[in-house]
Design a protein around this ligand. Sequence first.
Ligand code: KG4
Ligand code: ZN
Length: 341
Amino acid sequence: MLLLALETSCDETSAAVVRDGKVLSNVVSSQIKLHAEYGGVVPELAAREHLKNLLPVAQAALQEAGVTSPELDAVAATQGPGLGIALLIGFKAAQSVAFALNKPFLGINHHEAHLYSPWIAGTPPVADFAAFQPNVSLIVSGGHTMLVLVESELKHRVLGGTIDDAAGECFDKTGKLMGLAYPAGPVIDRLAEQGNPKAYDFPRPLLHDANDDFSFSGLKTSVRYFIRDHPTLLDDPQKVRDLCASVQAAIVEVLVKKTIRAAKRENVRCITASGGVTCNSGLRRQLEHACQNNGFTLRLAEKSLCTDNAAMIGILAERKFLASVLLPSLDEEIKPGWALA
Ligand code: KG4
Ligand code: ZN
């Protein structure tokens, strides 16, 4: 089956063409530079940028895949969760294409799609569902931090999530306190590589709580007070690197330990991870180490598929069409608050 997928839930405009589990093209136009000036995503600006970029991005995806729109068997788009006015653009455009071509349409949950991105690998990328095994999946981005039990393909149960800030938000906000550019996550990652993770001791929130929830706002506050109480620290580049390494160590330790604990309790042998923060070298390393020590298989989404992309939307949509899980509908509306169950 040949399918076009669109993703516009936040600040990436993306279109992908997939055929029989293969990603033929996955074009992503990031708006990071546009929002950097504001220190976060501005919904109105994001929507205008999606409007401007969606058509060229979709055209590029079709061209790269070597297909034309009349050849498509189906169209899919992210239905939620996400920024309402951003979601609307990709979702309504995809419905319009489906309507014009008289082809089925499918709205996809963005988080559910993240659950399957770690199974997409190789060049060109292919969904390796033959290798699928029940897993605990960590989704960590600027907007979300979740642990999900994926019992079988298309069957999952949310185990826990953040009760305040997401892990990516914590990277970005603590980085802002250090005067780093937005988004600070990748900058902290780079500086942390040359820093001492044990230099400063920050709290590991909810690490020992008997649940799978996360909380990162307290960590952010303790970094704020730490910087306030050590005003000259930011003038010393090595101390900034140590601070980055120490903050990253606190975030990563909580993510890794809680993920491993959940996998053990749920009796699965596999852990997967996706979302922008999964690009973090410390997190990737620590997860690899912990999985090796505990005999778990680890599937990390490839870095290009960690951040938001339409390939994961297309792969899941195709899977759903083939499994007839959802009846395609053109009457559906966006669901900005669509929580994964
Ligand atoms: O998945 P994503 O592109 O967008 C959503 O938030 O949905 O994730 C972006 C987040 C930002 O908070 C960014 O700082 C963080 O992922 N991020 C990283 C790294 N790369 C991206 N955080 C830590 N280390 C990185 N290397
Ligand atoms: Zn995402």
